[in-house]
Ligand binder design. Sequence first.
Ligand code: RB5
Length: 153
Amino acid sequence: MKVAVGADHGGFLFKQALLSYMTLLGYQTVDLGAYNEEPLDDYPDFARAVAVTVRSGEAQRGILVCGSGVGASIAASKIPGIRAAVCHDTYSAHQGVEHDDMNVLCMGERVIGLELAKEIVTVYLGAIFSGEDRHMRRLQKIGAIEREFLKSS
Ligand code: RB5
């Protein structure tokens, strides 16, 4: 599995640490920046890069880190086909994939510690969408909402 990773200045240190951690776990990663800690950079730029890489299929999952995880998740979810969410606990991180087919995990470096972030990443990457009928139905409804408002915007 290839994992696309991005962070603004608020998540830069976590991104660096998580890239090394995922490599140790045996995942292929693609680092989409920031490539240095620049206080004036903007999280939507990295959210876009990760989301587009996941949407294209070049990476199967994405991970974004900003200060809170919130801005990155809002921005990434604007891209059709991207299901990004903030998860600061392990239950949400695996259930988000199993039930909701979450494909971009967002976390806040100012909110949780690195060891918890590593555990969250571990269960997120280990989780698989169940494909159960009720979850498929809900995902289809999300897709329908997306298409409805793409048409009218
Ligand atoms: C940057 O200071 C901060 O606002 C950003 O990283 C993020 O927390 C936004 O949600």
